[in-house]
Write a protein that binds this ligand. Structure first.
Ligand code: ADP
Ligand code: ASP
Ligand code: MG
Length: 414
């Protein structure tokens, strides 16, 4: 059997921790072919970003990718050494060496394909292959460039490799025991789920449940890779992310009483931008959002007010890390459309209720709003998908909001 395992930053934060994980990998390698994807040690990526930002407010994207990719190269080489010490044959590879080919978008590149020849050869030689997560190389006709996959992207490396190798298992090892009904660090009553569908996990991840990278879930869904999320050191059963029908089969009796709401996600990493006095005519929003999307900036919670005298206010959220870039991109457009003002708010956060059962039954929005109101939490904007409702609330009330919603939807009950 071939297995791809991924170990996150906190699991490989020190050389002692790397040595402990190596022991687990060594044991697994006695019976299986093992590919290990590692994240950078502890807070390395954050530290590298702050070093770059101490030199310049908006670091050059190519150089930033090259810098950040070093984090995972360090941990992968150390992991190989720890395995050698245990007498296990192992080789570490950068993302590029492992054949991870991406589009040429700095900072948030998507994996185009995995050329798995080298990986297969190394496995055939009896090596445990350690791959630096979160990175790839471009496949230009010119020089190959090092790219990174966006924060949390090592999960995506693991799922992509599992798909390319047609692996029998893809295991994401982290510092919690699985996917919970809310972030267990915020809501102690959160319950670990046995299984969750790709669709629901995608919404949770997209709205801030950072236990899984969204793109990893998306790839899992496309290529039919079942993803197990579990604790890196405990032998506890984790959570299986799988197809909805598989999920149902494995739940049997549980199915009938299943709560239509599966989980609560929250995200404090958002800034709201309001453009005041936008002319209410066709093409303005298109121009603005095209420029942002061309720059790889994801925009969420878009709200446009009713227009007064041909002018309207347009607001949307971006990730905090994209704020400076966003301001730079919208400045000339604001000037062009003669917007009256641009206001940025970094005091808000998003809280979302997710569940595929919400598709068919009404009433979830009112329960959500009532639960927030009962805690005195004001709602600034609202967006929905078929299986999600998201509210923008004050950032300092986010924990209270998560707990209130967890309770209102009775998520502590199985
Ligand atoms: P890693 O470094 O292993 O990739 P991350 O920090 O990226 O780990 O993700 C794990 C963290 O995700 C947990 O420590 C937890 O605080 C957070 N988290 C947020 N939402 C959830 C959730 N619904 N279930 C489990 N963990 C969650
Ligand atoms: N090291 C990268 C980050 O901190 C990627 C990852 O950990 O998955 O975002
Ligand atoms: Mg992560």
């Amino acid at each position: 059997m071939t297995v791809v395992q991924k170990y996150g930053g906190s699991s490989v934060a020190t050389t002692e921790k790397i040595a402990r994980i190596a022991e687990r990998v060594a044991k697994r390698a006695e019976k299986d072919k093992v590919v290990v994807v590692v994240s950078a040690m502890g807070d390395t990526t954050d530290e590298l970003i702050s070093m770059a930002k101490s030199l310049t407010k908006i670091p050059d994207e190519r150089e930033l990718d090259k810098l950040l990719a070093t984090g995972e190269q360090v941990s992968s080489a150390l992991m190989a050494m720890a395995l050698h010490k245990l007498g296990v044959k192992a080789v570490s590879l950068t993302g590029g060496q492992a054949g991870v080919i991406t589009e040429s978008k700095a900072g948030k590149a998507r994996i185009r394909k995995v050329e798995s020849k080298r990986l297969k050869e190394e496995l055939a030689k009896g090596n445990v292959v350690i791959v630096a997560g979160f990175q790839g190389i471009t496949e230009n006709s010119g020089w190959a460039e090092i790219t990174t996959l966006g924060r949390g992207g090592s999960d995506t490396t693991a799922v992509a490799l599992a798909a390319a190798l047609n692996a029998d298992a893809c295991e994401i090892y982290t510092d919690v025991e699985g996917v919970y009904t809310a972030d267990p660090r915020v809501e102690p009553a959160a319950r670990k789920m046995k299984t969750i569908s790709y669709e629901e996990m995608l919404e949770l991840a997209g709205q801030g449940a950072r236990v899984m990278h969204s793109r990893a879930v998306e790839l899992g869904q496309i290529y039919g890779v079942d993803i197990l999320v579990a604790h890196s050191l405990k032998d506890a059963p984790g959570t299986l992310i799988t197809r909805e029908d598989h999920e149902m089969n494995s739940q049997n009796a549980e199915m009938e009483i299943r709560n239509p709401v599966r989980g609560i996600a929250h995200d404090t990493d958002v800034t709201r931008i309001t453009i005041v006095g936008v002319p209410d005519k066709p093409g303005v929003a298109a121009k603005l959002f095209k420029a942002l999307s061309d720059a790889g900036i994801s925009v969420d919670v878009i709200v446009q007010n009713v227009s007064v005298a041909g002018k309207t206010d347009l607001s949307f959220t971006v990730a905090d890390e994209d704020l400076e870039k966003t301001k730079k991109i919208i400045a000339p457009i604001d000037k062009d459309i003669e917007a009256a003002d641009v206001i940025t708010d970094s005091v808000l956060a998003k809280v979302s209720v997710v569940g595929s059962g919400m598709k068919t039954s009404p009433g979830y929005a009112s329960t959500m709003f009532a639960a927030l109101a009962a805690e005195g939490i004001n709602i600034y904007s609202i967006t929905t998908s078929e299986i999600r409702i998201t509210c923008l609330v004050e950032r300092d009330k986010i924990k209270a909001a998560v707990r209130a919603l967890h309770k209102a939807f009775e998520l502590e009950k199985a």
